[in-house]
Design a protein around this ligand. Structure first.
Ligand code: PDD
Length: 276
C-alpha cells in the first residue's frame, strides 16, 4: 500500500508520470520517518522540516499536515507493520520539461510508503568504518531535497572500500556524512557542526543534543577540523535509521582505541530510554 496524493491505494494504482519534475529535475523534497511500536518517532519535527523544505523550494504542500498525518497512520495500520521507516516525497508535479516553474502551477505529487526495517543493532553495538571525502554539494544542505547524487556517489565509494559511511569536509571543516550527522567527543566535550545551511538539521541530532544536556555533558555546536576529527576520543553518527552508531575507523585508521567509547554508550542508552 502507498499514500498517493491524498489516498491510501494499492501499489499498482500509483501512476507517476514520466513528466513529473521530480523524475527529470530531482525537483522535490523528502522525509524519512521511523516508527517504533507502530508510532512515528518525533513526527512533529519531521513535519516541520518537511514544511520548511517545501516552503524554501517553493513547492506547495497540497494537503494540511493533519491530513498527511492521518493518512500515514492509516498506512501503518493497513500495512500492519510495527517497526520500520516511512519514506515520503513531494515533487513539483507533472509538466512539460522547462526549468522555470510551470504556468499555471502543476499539482504537487505526494507519495509515501513504509518498509519494515529493524534497528541496525550490529552497527550500533560494534561501530562502523568511515571514509572522508570533500563535500561537493550545493550550499543549501539544510533542505532535504531529492538531489542526492553527490551523496550517492560518495556512499558507493565507501561501500567499494569496505566502509559503511562517508564524512564530508569543506576545506578541512567536517560538515556531516552522506546520510547522517557527525559528532565527536574530545576531553568530555561533545562537538557537532552548527545547524546552518551546510548540514541537514538532523532530527536525531537534535534529540541527542537534548539528551546530552540532560546528562550534563558539555556540548558545543562548533565546526571542527579533519585534524580534530582524527584525534577525537570518540566519533559517532546520528540519523533516523542509524540512531547513534559509533565510528571505529576513519580512512583505515582506528578512532582512539578502535572501540565504541563511554559517551557514545551513554547516549545510546539515553536514546533507547527516550524511544521507550
Ligand atoms: N538521512 N544528514 C544527511 C545528509 C541525511 O541524509 C540525514 C538523514 C541526516 C540525519 O537526519 P535525521 O536524523 O533527521 O534522519 C543528516 C535519511 C535517513 C535518508 O536520507 O535516508
Amino acid at each position: 500500500m502507498m499514500l498517493y496524493k491524498n489516498r491510501i491505494v494499492n501499489d499498482h494504482e500509483v501512476a507517476i508520470s514520466p513528466f513529473d519534475r521530480g523524475y527529470y529535475f530531482g525537483d522535490g523534497v523528502y522525509e524519512v520517518f521511523r516508527f517504533y511500536n507502530g508510532a512515528l518517532f518525533e513526527k512533529d519535527a519531521h513535519y516541520r522540516r518537511l514544511e520548511r523544505s517545501a516552503e524554501q523550494t517553493r513547492i506547495p504542500l497540497p494537503y494540511p499536515i493533519a491530513d498527511i498525518d492521518g493518512n500515514l497512520a492509516q498506512l501503518l495500520r493497513a500495512e500492519k507493520v510495527t517497526e520500520g521507516i516511512i519514506y515520503l516525497q513531494l515533487t513539483r508535479g507533472e509538466a512539460p520539461r522547462g526549468h522555470a516553474f510551470p504556468k499555471p502551477p502543476a499539482e504537487s505529487v505526494l507519495l509515501a510508503y513504509c518498509s519494515e526495517v529493524g534497528r541496525p543493532l550490529q552497527a550500533i553495538r560494534n561501530g562502523i568504518r568511515v571514509i572522508v571525502r570533500p563535500d561537493i554539494r550545493w550550499l543549501r544542505c539544510d533542505l532535504k531535497t531529492l538531489n542526492l547524487l553527490p551523496n550517492v556517489l560518495a556512499k558507493q565509494e565507501a561501500v567499494e572500500l569496505g566502509a559503511e559511511e562517508v564524512f564530508f569536509h569543506r576545506s578541512g571543516i567536517v560538515t556531516e556524512a552522506s546520510s547522517s550527522n557527525v559528532m565527536l567527543v574530545k576531553d568530555d566535550v561533545l562537538y557537532t557542526h552548527p545547524a546552518n545551511h551546510l548540514i541537514l538539521h538532523g532530527i536525531t541530532r537534535a534529540v541527542i543534543l537534548k539528551l546530552a544536556f540532560r546528562l550534563n555533558l558539555s556540548v558545543r555546536e562548533e565546526p571542527f577540523t579533519l585534524d580534530e576529527l582524527r584525534h577525537a576520543d570518540e566519533v559517532f553518527i546520528t540519523s533516523t535509521t542509524a540512531e547513534v552508531t559509533p565510528v571505529i575507523e576513519l580512512d583505515g585508521v582506528p578512532v582512539a582505541d578502535g572501540k565504541p567509547g563511554p559517551v557514545s554508550r551513554r547516549l545510546q542508552g539515553a536514546f533507547e530510554e527516550y524511544v521507550g
